[in-house]
Design a protein around this ligand. Structure first.
Ligand SMILES: CC(C)(COP(=O)(O)OP(=O)(O)OC[C@H]1O[C@@H](n2cnc3c(N)ncnc32)[C@H](O)[C@@H]1OP(=O)(O)O)[C@@H](O)C(=O)NCCC(=O)NCCS
Length: 175
């Protein structure tokens, strides 16, 4: 399978936003309200915000292309406590279960190790069973349960999941 992982550039932003809209609609209808989907997309995927994040040294945006077309994207960032947070991971609904999420995750692990972070964390909606299954498959375990207000009366009812990268880091050091 010909999947190419590369950094998102300014020229890719419109395609990433379009894929986010499609993927969010498919993923979160039935989990959160349409009003919350629209609110969160506006908050997180405004093209101007993505363009700004692309210039920030502690945020990484990556994309997966399949047959020359955008098939998924991820973003990660270093938290104030020094962990790497997988902030976004979305694969085209038509391209899921082909290992593309795993490849984007590998890229994020690479960023974490390069930044000397030994733990990868993420927040996932408690009712997003498929993503939770995927994260478990890729070595994450639930660490905490949170419910965070995000404005306009909406909350994020999430599990915090974590994956230790200590073994990866040790392997790197012994090479
Ligand atoms: C979660 C996600 C990023 C995983 O990416 P992916 O490319 O499908 O994942 P991989 O092929 O690397 O791993 C596949 C695993 O994901 C889970 N999975 C992915 N799609 C699934 C589906 N439609 N139904 C059930 N399980 C699914 C399974 O655990 C699967 O393992 P299996 O095929 O051995 O059962 C992707 O499914 C996705 O974009 N989901 C919708 C968006 C989302 O929820 N993102 C996470 C937000 S926190």
């Amino acid at each position: 399978m010909d999947v190419l992982i590369s950094a998102v550039t300014a020229a890719d932003v419109d395609a990433v936003v379009a894929l986010a809209r499609r993927s969010w609609q498919q993923t979160y209808s039935g989990i959160i309200s349409q009003e919350q989907i629209d609110f969160m997309l506006e908050q997180r995927y405004h093209p101007q915000r993505l363009l700004e994040e692309l210039t920030m040294p502690q945020i990484w945006w990556d994309q997966a292309s399949f047959d020359g077309r955008l098939a998924g994207f991820s973003s990660c960032l270093i938290t104030p406590t020094g962990n790497m947070k997988l902030d976004k991971l979305y694969v085209d609904p038509e391209r899921q279960r082909m290992g593309i999420g795993a490849q984007l995750l590998d890229r994020v692990v690479g960023h974490a190790l390069a930044a000397a972070c030994e733990t990868l964390i993420l927040a996932v909606n408690k009712r997003n069973d498929r993503a939770i299954a995927a994260y478990r498959k890729h070595g994450f375990a639930v660490r905490e349960s949170v419910c965070v207000a995000i404005g306009d009366g909406f909350v994020m009812d999430d599990f915090i999941m974590a994956r230790s990268l200590a073994a990866h880091a040790a392997r790197r050091h012994t090479r």
